[in-house]
Every structure is written in structure tokens, then in C-alpha cells.
Design a protein around this ligand. Structure first.
Ligand SMILES: Nc1ncnc2c1ncn2[C@@H]1O[C@H](COP(=O)(O)OP(=O)(O)OP(=O)(O)O)[C@@H](O)[C@H]1O
Ligand SMILES: [Mg+2]
Length: 465
């Protein structure tokens, strides 16, 4: 897929010359003759690079384009054109984030060299970013010793290089996101990062604006134009997690994108074309959702071009030893612990558990064991043996109160625990709900709801921040 270069200059001749040169080199060329037009072009699609004249229409209006790109699209390199004797301006632009400048009169060789360097630089920094973003564990091998996972990996390898939509289903924590990431990494879009949207994690009324972006003034609070995930995912992959939680209205729009690769921003009339590959995931059975009238059949069939079912861990127990080793090694390394190993009896015990939380639960268990076991061999799981409960119910040595809620019926125990927990956490964060939310990894709205439910009073001013 050829890279698009946006040439911004108010002089028609220069646009034509540059455009011709770049087109000869195999680039696609877009043009703009003013800062405003450049901003429009940038909203329609994201170029690989921008060649920008700073001095247009009698002022340095190129700078507004530069700062827009810095803010909204920092990954797009800008090569600045500077007129005779205007080197200071060009240097200022480089200080403000331009990749480099070329002086007029323009030399074709210098231009092409600079453009090539900028594109190489962008590719490298993007690759770096992708590598950095994946955690150490995600970098590691995809464990798949069992027959069902080997078959799944085969399908992944086959489907990855194609543009086909993929629908991944499976219980919580089975590895759906890892499957999506693996497909993306094995595809020809891998040099750009995969964009994600968890449809269950954001309020329904915001999903559309997240996906499609919005125009300034589209709704209360939309004080500026914003690009959505479809823009960000252009020429790459968009991972729609928990798609079963998407409203029917949004589903209709997604369907259109799948069919036409076109959409409009919320509150906008302009149609924007993109090239986005969709990978969706759900832990709900979408056929049941279709029966309930909560999921569109046509969308299901569009997404389900390649269905991938990730089996629960209890149906592929052969993977448990390998996964356990992987998570142990990663945890030891991340926490700089002494090397540790798992006793065969413990591995056997782990193999036999049901793992309702699947791989995520296994991972958490291994991490907890690695951190709480002092010696080099981890031989049993105290939590599984009721050890933890025993520890928690026994009176602390200092004679303080025992965890008395443990003796209550479940509902009351839960309420009591939650009450103490939220009070403790809020106190620890000066009553600030935002900080608390970040620290305990919950939405602010969930915390507010809980505080209401449990009738916990907060310092109103702080709690609202
Ligand atoms: N085959 C595998 N090999 C190694 N690690 C894995 C494998 N499958 C899953 N994991 C790890 O297990 C954890 C949970 O996986 P992931 O987040 O992909 O599951 P999920 O199905 O998306 O979960 P949820 O339904 O909760 O969103 C992640 O840390 C992931 O890296
Ligand atoms: Mg997930």
C-alpha cells in the first residue's frame, strides 16, 4: 500500500512540482493550498508525511498546521519548506517538532532524501512504540501445547495476512485479546499499532464519539473536533472488545463501515473513508444475543467471516504447565525475585483445578504464589488449602480485632468488606475519587455508585474532582 504525502503550499507551481516528483517515486499525493485546507485534509485521512510551507497567504500560518499535527498526530513527520533567508523560521519549526526543513529553491534530490529519512524514522519509532507497549509477557510465546490451541494457531496464521474480519469468542480470561494481538502482529498491518475499543467499558452514549470522533459542538461538552478510533486505526487493525455490549444503533454504523469502509463523525456531514481491519471479541454467545434481539444478525455474519473460538482452560489442561512456567518466569523477572520453580505436586494440583477465570486466574495465582513464597521451590498453594482464611480469621499478634466480617452471612460480609475497603481507600487518597479510582482500577462512576449504595459520605468538593 503506497504511502500518502500531503503537500501544503499556497503556490500552485510548487504543489505541482513536488506532487509530480513524489508521485514519480510511487507515493500517493494529496494537496492543500492553505492552512485551513490542510486541516480539512488531515481530518479526512492521515497521511504518512506532510511537506509544509510555513509562509502562506502572507503570514506564517503553516505553524498552525504544525501545531495541529503535533497535538493530534504526533506520529506524522512534517518536512518544512523554507524560503530564501528564512532559515530562522525553519529552525523554529524544527524546534516545534518538524522533522527537518528544506530550503527553496527546492532540490529534487534533497527533497526525496529528506522524505525518505523522515518515513524511515517514523517506521522505526512506530515499531519501537509497538514493542514497548506490549508487556514482557505478551512478547513471550503464545503457549499452545494442546491440540485445540495448535489448531487455533494454525487458523490464526492462515487468516492473519488477509483483510478478513475476525470474531473471537470465549469465556473471560481465555486469551481473546492475545489472539487479536497475534493476528495483528502477523498481518501486513503490523508496523502500525492495533487500536482498541472496549465497548463495555465506556458509557453507551459515548461509544459513537469514541469510534467515529465528533465535530465541535456535536453535543454538550464537545468543545473541539475530535478524531475517533476508526481514524486512528486507518491502515491498521481496530479491535472491538466486548462487542456484544454495543448498542443496536452503533451496530448499524459498524455494519456500514464493514460494507463500505466509510463513516461520518458525530455531528458531521462529511463522509470519511478509511481502510480498517476489524477484529471483534465477545464473551457472550452472540447467537443468544441475536435471539434476544440485542445483536444484529447481519453484523454477526459480517464479523463472523472467520470465527475463532478460544476454548476454556479446563478443556485444555495440557497448556497449564507451560502457561504456569511462562507466568512464573515473567513474574520473577518483572519483580527481580530469586529464581523459583514449581514443585511437580503443585503443577499437578494446578492442572486439576477448574479455573473459572481461565488463564487470567492462573496468571494471578502464579504471581501471588511467586511473590508470597520465600524459598526457591513453590510447593503448595495456601489459598487453595484454606490457609489464607485461617490466617485472616486468627487474631493478629498485637491483639487487634480479628476480621470479624468473615463470620457474617455472605451478603452482609460483602457489604461490610466493601464499606471498610472504600473508606480505607478514600482515606488513603485524601477523599479524592479520581485518585482512588486510578489506584484501585475502577471507574469513577462505579465508585460513586458504591459510595451511594453503602451510604459512605465523602468530602463533596474533593469527591467531585
Ligand atoms: N496462549 C497464551 N499464552 C500465553 N499467555 C496467554 C495465553 N492466553 C492468554 N494469555 C495471557 O492471559 C491473560 C488474559 O488474556 P486476555 O486478556 O487475552 O484474555 P481475554 O479473553 O481477552 O479476557 P477478558 O474476557 O477478560 O477480556 C493475558 O495476560 C494474556 O497475555
Ligand atoms: Mg479481553
Amino acid at each position: 500500500m503506497a504511502d500518502t504525502i500531503l503537500v501544503v503550499d499556497d503556490e500552485r507551481d510548487i504543489r505541482l512540482t513536488l506532487g509530480g516528483l513524489l508521485a514519480d517515486e510511487g507515493f500517493l499525493v494529496a494537496q492543500a493550498s492553505s492552512a485551513n485546507e490542510a486541516l480539512d485534509r488531515l481530518d479526512e485521512s492521515v497521511p504518512a508525511l506532510v511537506v509544509l510551507d510555513l509562509w502562506m497567504g502572507g503570514s506564517e500560518e503553516g505553524f498552525s498546521v504544525l501545531s495541529h499535527i503535533q497535538e493530534e498526530r504526533p506520529q506524522v513527520p512534517v518536512v518544512v519548506i523554507s524560503g530564501h533567508g528564512n532559515v530562522e523560521t525553519a529552525v523554529k519549526a524544527v524546534k516545534n517538532g518538524a522533522f527537518d526543513f528544506i530550503e527553496k529553491p527546492l532540490s529534487a534530490d534533497k527533497l526525496l532524501l529528506t522524505v525518505q529519512r523522515a518515513l524511515d524514522f517514523r517506521r522505526l519509532s512506530e515499531e519501537n512504540r509497538v514493542l514497548r507497549r506490549r508487556s514482557f509477557r505478551e512478547e513471550k510465546l503464545f503457549v499452545g501445547a494442546s491440540a485445540s490451541m495448535r489448531a487455533l494457531l494454525n487458523t490464526i496464521e492462515m487468516v492473519a495476512p488477509t483483510p478478513a474480519s475476525v470474531l473471537i469468542t470465549g469465556e473471560n480470561g481465555v486469551g481473546k485479546e492475545l489472539v487479536a494481538q497475534t493476528i495483528h502482529s502477523l498481518s501486513d498491518r503490523a508496523s502500525r499499532p492495533m487500536t482498541e475499543l472496549n465497548c463495555a467499558a465506556i458509557p453507551e452514549e459515548l461509544v459513537e464519539s469514541e469510534l467515529f470522533g465528533h465535530e465541535k459542538g456535536a453535543f454538550t461538552g464537545a468543545d473541539r473536533r475530535r478524531q475517533g478510533r476508526f481514524d486512528l486505526a486507518n491502515h491498521s487493525t481496530l479491535f472491538l472488545d466486548e462487542i456484544g455490549d454495543m448498542s443496536l444503533k452503533t451496530q448499524a454504523k459498524i455494519l456500514r463501515i464493514l460494507q463500505e469502509q466509510k463513516f461520518e463523525r458525530v455531528g458531521g456531514a462529511k463522509t470519511i473513508s478509511v481502510d480498517v481491519r476489524i477484529i471483534a471479541a465477545s464473551n457472550k454467545d452472540l447467537l443468544v444475543e441475536i435471539e434476544r434481539g440485542a445483536f444484529r444478525k447481519d453484523l454477526y455474519y459480517r464479523l463472523n467471516v472467520v470465527p475463532l473460538l478460544v476454548p476454556p482452560l479446563r478443556e485444555r489442561r495440557e497448556d497449564i504447565p507451560g502457561l504456569s512456567q511462562l507466568f512464573l518466569g515473567a513474574c520473577v523477572e518483572a519483580n527481580r525475585l530469586e529464581p523459583k520453580s514449581l514443585a511437580p505436586s503443585l503443577v499437578e494440583e494446578l492442572r486439576n483445578r477448574e479455573w473459572p477465570g481461565n488463564i487470567r486466574e492462573l496468571k494471578n495465582t502464579i504471581e501471588r504464589l511467586a511473590i508470597t513464597t520465600p524459598g526457591p521451590v513453590i510447593s503448595s498453594d495456601p489459598e487453595a488449602e484454606g490457609e489464607l482464611i485461617r490466617r485472616m480469621t486468627s487474631r493478629p499478634k498485637d491483639g487487634g480485632p480479628a476480621e470479624d466480617w468473615l463470620a457474617l452471612p455472605y451478603r452482609e460480609a460483602k457489604a461490610e468488606f466493601e464499606k471498610r475497603y472504600f473508606k480505607f481507600q478514600l482515606d488513603a487518597h485524601d477523599g479524592n475519587v479520581t485518585k482512588t479510582a486510578e489506584a484501585i482500577n475502577l471507574d469513577r462512576s462505579t465508585i460513586h455508585k458504591k459510595l451511594n449504595e453503602l451510604e459512605i459520605k465523602t468530602d463533596g468538593a474533593k469527591a467531585l474532582t
